[in-house]
Design a protein around this ligand. Sequence first.
Ligand SMILES: [Zn+2]
Length: 583
Amino acid sequence: MPHRPFSIVFSPPFTFFLIIAFVSLASGIGCTPANDVEPASMVIYNGKVVTVDDTMPEANGIVINGDRIDLVGSNTEVEAYIGPETKVIDLQGNLAIPGFIEGHGHFMGIGSNALNLDLLDATSWQGVADMVATAVSEAQPGQLIEGRGWHQEKMGDLDESNTVRGFPTHDVISEVSRENPVILRHASGHATFGNAYAMELASVDRNTMQPEGGEIILNNTGEPIGVFVERASGVINRARRNMESRMTDDDRSARTWHEMELASQEVISKGITSFQDAGSGWSTIEMFKRGVDEDALQVRLWVMVRGENLDAETLKARRLIGYGNHMLTVRAIKLAIDGALGPRGAWLLEPYSDEPASSGHNTGDLVEIEATANLAIENGYQLCVHAIGDRGNREVLDIYERTFKAHPEKAPGARFRIEHAQHIHPDDVPRFGELGVIPAMQAVHCTSDAPWVTPRLGVERAGNGAYVWQDLMRSGAVITNGTDAPVERVDPIASFYSSVTRKPTTGEAFYPEQAMSRTEALRSYTLNNAFAAYEDHVKGSITVGKLADITILDQDIMTIPSEQIKDAKVLYTIIGGRVLYQR
Ligand SMILES: [Zn+2]
């Protein structure tokens, strides 16, 4: 055990006495540090520390020994622990906060996206071709080049000469990728681009049959231009399947392993110290374990296992809490009850305002969800059900309520979650607090979706039920925060900005009275996420005895003008007392 002479300072009854004692001791011996102090492994000082711990909300420095926080205090207090071997981080006035916890994302999706071209910001088709050309120059001949995020509406250089019905033709891209198949998904996910070589691999030509529910776009001479809409994407994706069928099992698992490493690096570079994965299978979880053993997976993971075909025996045998020194936990199950609002898949109590014939889709069997809820509570698992529409949320709350009634001894503190909880009938809002159900929300979805929430739901439902963070908090609910990456970029600062402003890129703030305060937003991204994973005793705040998971930012996002928040950068990500990212 490291020597901790001042850690007791933070237990409130002794605070006053010990501060007096320390002050008189310090004045008695001048400025020299107390001589019985053992140097720490790391000291962070000379800045602002926002702890998310109500017993001491702010400080100037942190003392770390091994993977734990040993002391939080003033510069004078923490400097005493600097020895010749101590790793010292001078904050130079910058901000240290508890490491961000991503509350709902798809870890392996981030990894595979990292291997692909990110076209979300492309504003010209020639720019896309240039990105492809660079990727080709770094790839082996024959290697598949993939990307995602192009949108013809954003391309400034498209006109009648290089488009068919608004869609770009393949020529400029095929020219720079003669020996590599190229497949680029549309930003919406509802169309796919393929170059000439990909079309060749997929056996697409002027005679290919048009698939039902989709369209291969043809030019005026009947040749495919390289764009495949809706279900025609399956036709061009034959090229990928063709390539994958040639891979060996070893190649496939090497690629998955690499994607895991990339995901780990990507999230750590964003200041994330723990990540809550919204649904993986047992074989992926086995790989995560090996990743922890071999230090290839360096961010802490809390994983929901996918909820199909589970039984009590497997759940008991595979339950995992704090594996590898709090690196991996598996004690939650993921299911879904509906779809998303954009494509009108969210399950609503009343029809869509812009499509009166539809109330959305119920995508998960209610009887099975209830059976899984019982299985979960009986075997020490949390249940996390995706629900976006007000009907979806009500059905899940009903199921949870019955499950809790049937297990009164286990119900208090079951910490069951509803993933997204975006649109809730006002009558159901108080039930989150009453039942202790956690709305696992993503603030950044509110600002991305804002332009079409009101058209879909109408003014009344949008106003009293969409992303109602303040109403939920008033009900006593613990709101979590995240990005649902790779649906959104895995950027806590962007979601923090959305939390406190509710401002979309263009237009007015979306019902700003529901915005979080900065303190609430930071808590939602740290301590609340830890609570929602039963991990608040070891993480989520800068508190003596907790894991030394700390993020350092170059701007004080707690006080700067809100429009500057988006520009804040991560300077350091520290996990378990190790600096794993430094800008
Ligand atoms: Zn998700």
